[in-house]
Design a protein around this ligand. Structure first.
Ligand code: OAD
Ligand code: ZN
Length: 246
């Protein structure tokens, strides 16, 4: 894969890089993206299940959907894209990952500084007393579990539609966006706010914006460089470029 000289020079000069990732980076691990047809479960769209009212109305159904997704995620492994991002830590002073994904795959790939804007599917908490639980302890529950302490309903620690992003995580991600030299946007449709402000903040603060996606998005006009193709292949090619640059 050939990159423009301007980008190669940027890679040589940069100390701090940020990866903003969405569902597309995990597609090659076999995890369905949201907005494709594969995102449907029993004919429900994610928007119909990933909200608090849907949970209160039918907690077992929402729980079953998350159990189905946890199974896919646990059986999946980080792909060359996640692994390339983790390996970048050998070539840059600072590598920050800001992800919309809840699938835990950046952590499993070995990335050290990961900000999960939408939470993590392997964490849960009681909606009543707010006690946190590791979801693996409810691995075999097909119906929504109740809090061992107070009997309240247990929900996944993920951000649902209409809910706020965790403010401390968002603040750290914003700060990293302001300070990075290159911001990569990988496999994200960039239509979900406020998460999509991260790459916009980076660009406004002077970062070089690189988009990696199998198709153009709403963010493409803002990018300094748009690389069309699979995240795993392109990220491995960038890693190879870094090795050659040394
Ligand atoms: P989407 O499913 O909206 O978008 C996935 C993006 O990945 C699309 O732009 C695809 O073109 C691209 N893509 C697919 N396969 C790819 C591949 N192999 N390599 C590179 N790109 C690929 O997912 P997100 O942008 O992550 O929110 O969606 C954002 C949020 O919307 C999710 O976190 C979730 C959802 O509703 C919440 O749950 C709050
Ligand atoms: Zn409780």
């Amino acid at each position: 894969m050939e990159f423009p000289q301007e980008f190669i020079e940027k890679l040589k000069k940069s100390e701090s890089i940020l990866f903003f990732t969405g569902a597309g980076i995990s597609a090659e691990s076999g995890i369905p993206t949201f907005r494709g047809k594969e995102g449907l479960w029993k004919n429900y769209r994610p928007e119909e299940l990933a909200n608090f009212d849907a949970f209160l109305e039918n907690p077992d159904r929402v729980w079953e959907w998350y159990q189905y997704r946890r199974k896919i995620i646990r059986d999946a492994t980080p792909n060359p894209g996640h692994l390339a991002i983790a390996a970048m830590e050998n070539y840059f002073k600072k590598v920050v990952v800001v992800t919309q994904n809840i699938d835990n795959l950046h952590n499993r790939a070995g990335s050290k500084e990961v900000y999960e804007l939408h939470g993590n599917i392997e964490r849960s908490y009681c909606i009543n007393c707010k006690t946190f639980y590791d979801t693996t302890q409810f691995k075999s529950e097909s119906k929504v579990p109740h809090c061992p302490k107070c009997g309240g309903l247990i929900r996944p620690d993920v951000v649902w539609f209409g809910e706020m992003l965790p403010s401390d995580v968002l603040a750290s991600a914003q700060k990293a966006a302001e300070q990075c030299d290159i911001c990569f946007v990988v496999g994200a449709s960039a239509v979900v706010y406020p998460a999509a402000y991260i790459p916009i903040t980076a660009k406004k603060s002077g970062a070089y914006l690189v988009e990696i996606n199998i198709q153009p998005t709403e963010l493409t006009p803002l990018a300094n460089l748009s690389l069309i193709g699979k995240a795993g292949e392109i990220l491995q090619a960038i890693l190879k470029q870094m090795i050659e640059n040394r």
